[in-house]
Design a protein around this ligand. Structure first.
Ligand SMILES: *[C@@H]1O[C@H](CO)[C@@H](O)[C@H](O)[C@H]1NC(C)=O
Ligand SMILES: *[C@@H]1O[C@H](CO)[C@@H](O)[C@H](O)[C@H]1NC(C)=O
Ligand SMILES: *[C@@H]1O[C@H](CO)[C@@H](O)[C@H](O)[C@H]1NC(C)=O
Ligand SMILES: *[C@@H]1O[C@H](CO)[C@@H](O)[C@H](O)[C@H]1NC(C)=O
Length: 472
């Protein structure tokens, strides 16, 4: 019974395989070898991994075939190339090297829907592996290239082994497209780069990823420009708008270098740069860029979070500091003026020894007059009053008669004299200096002082992502 099942399974597999054109069992090997040759040539990099995205829509056979091809590739190149499989999780940076496997146009569309700039670097290298069960038409490939061009993905090589009308059915054909060619703009016609047969090796002289955007052959680029001297200035020259200024001159140079012409769409009105609303609506120049009715914008665009999420910028060439105007520090109060000449420690010491003196006087209240007379001197009056009197610089009407009391008095006089002189000297110096607290000089202190922020709508956008500011 088991033997019979195996037989039936076998015959089903062979029946299914027999009507498939790609790949015949032997040609899977050749196809994989061709792909491995391309990977070894262009995808080996020390610091970037290659992302694999896979989609099969025709049947399970093409899915197994893709897995089979992947197995062979991974087995033989994983020593040189690091691979990651595409997952919904956003990688730290978009992937430059990509392998896309699909079995037809339907599967290709499902991969296209996953192409998000967060995950895929559109300027990167794309190796497309077509595992179609039946020969595909040139028109299908052209449609794929048209779709890729809508994402501006140009560094593509499509590897396929069964193209309708192809002369050598057993070989692997490598296709690409050149968007800008002589007399054609945005042209997505498939171009056969190379035909790899099992007997030929990938020729060293063939560049599978040639530069395609180094000559636009005079094709037009539409620019939304904002007249904002001295960065971008719009001038009428010969009946056409031309750009001048820092960015305009730069653009003119790039346009002659890359051989493109440009057409200026002048933005006017209050909302020239444009806003990005949370509900997915845009205005101004940003709207035109996002909609695709212009190809780029210029006019001193600053780079900030929400813009970067919908547009890509050129390199930043100018940085300015953000300035905050803060009120002067508040003036000192009368009390603060009185206490500032001494530091807290000094005030503490002054208090301490005054308390000590008062304490001694308090304790002596419980001793007989003989002892008190010995310490204070005879008939000098109220001891505590005298003590404080000298502290504030008053005069003693009756001096004590005994030596010990005189010595104590003298020491106290000296101490108070020194302290008072120091205090007056320090107060004099301090009153000549600023009468205000020093002003706020950091974001942290603005925060601590709980100052309100007052800024224009444009500036709010810059600080929106600073969480402490955002709260207010
Ligand atoms: C398909 O395109 C290739 C390469 O451009 C060309 O060689 C081939 O003749 C085309 N086939 C048909 C049927 O147009
Ligand atoms: C720029 O494009 C035009 C139009 O296709 C072409 O005639 C010219 O030769 C190109 N210039 C360069 C330097 O390639
Ligand atoms: C989106 O929000 C902006 C401003 O809040 C508003 O003007 C616009 O009408 C909204 N658009 C939609 C489609 O809700
Ligand atoms: C430039 O924008 C036009 C629409 O105005 C569009 O047809 C064209 O494909 C764009 N070019 C590029 C290179 O994206």
């Amino acid at each position: 019974m088991r033997f019979l099942t195996v037989l039936v399974t076998l015959s089903v597999v062979s029946c299914e395989a027999s009507h498939l054109l790609l790949p015949k069992k032997s040609s899977t090997d050749d196809f994989s070898n061709a792909i491995i040759a391309i990977l070894r040539r262009h995808f080996v990099s020390n610091h970037a991994s290659t992302m694999i995205t896979q989609s099969a829509k025709v049947d399970t056979y093409t899915e197994y075939l893709q897995i089979d091809i992947l197995d062979r590739i991974l087995l033989r190149t994983s020593g040189e190339i690091a691979y990651v499989f595409s997952t919904p999780i956003r990688p730290r940076r978009p992937r430059f090297f990509n392998i896309l496997l699909f079995d037809g146009y339907l599967a290709f569309r499902s991969i296209l829907r996953q192409l998000h700039p967060n995950k895929y670097d559109f300027s990167g290298y794309y190796l497309l592996i077509l595992t179609a069960p039946r020969p595909v038409f040139n028109r299908t490939i052209q449609q794929m290239f048209i779709d890729l061009w809508s994402y501006n993905i140009v560094n593509v090589v499509l590897a396929a082994s069964s193209i309708v009308g192809s002369k050598s059915p057993e070989g692997t054909q490598l296709f690409t497209y050149f968007p800008y060619v002589e007399h054609h703009c945005e042209h997505a016609h498939p171009v056969l780069l190379y035909n790899l047969t099992p007997s030929t090796k990938l020729d060293k002289s063939v560049n599978l990823f040639p530069p395609k955007l180094s000559n636009f052959h005079g094709c037009p680029i539409r620019i939304a420009a904002i007249d904002y001297p001295p960065y971008t200035m719009i001038e009428w020259i010969g009946g056409r708008r031309r750009l001048r200024g820092i960015e305009g001159d730069m653009l003119n140079m790039i346009s002659s270098e890359l051989n493109f012409t440009y057409e200026v769409v002048e933005m006017t009105g209050d909302d020239r740069w444009g806003q990005i609303y949370g509900n997915g609506t845009f205005t101004g120049a940003i709207k035109l860029v996002v909609e695709g009715s212009v190809n780029m914008s210029t006019g001193c665009f600053s780079m900030r979070g929400e813009r970067m999420s919908v547009m890509r910028s050129s390199a930043s060439y100018y940085t300015i500091k953000m300035m905050f105007a803060v009120p002067p520090g508040r003036p000192y109060t009368a009390f603060e003026k009185m206490f500032r000449p001494f530091s807290a420690v000094t005030w503490m010491m002054v208090t301490l020894y005054t308390l000590a003196g008062a304490g001694v006087i308090l304790v002596l209240q419980f001793y007989p007059w003989s002892v008190r007379n010995f310490v204070y001197g005879r008939s000098t009056g109220m001891a505590f009053m005298n003590f404080m009197n000298i502290f504030f610089g008053g005069a003693m009407s009756r001096t004590p008669g005994r030596n010990f009391a005189r010595a104590l008095l003298f020491l106290w006089l000296l101490q108070c004299f020194v302290m008072r002189t120091l205090y007056q000297g320090s107060l004099f110096e301090y009153l000549q200096q600023s009468k205000n607290f020093s002003h706020v000089d950091s974001l942290k202190r603005i925060e601590a002082e709980k100052m309100p922020y007052i800024m224009s709508q444009g500036n709010i956008m810059f600080v929106r992502d600073i969480s402490s500011i955002r709260k207010r």
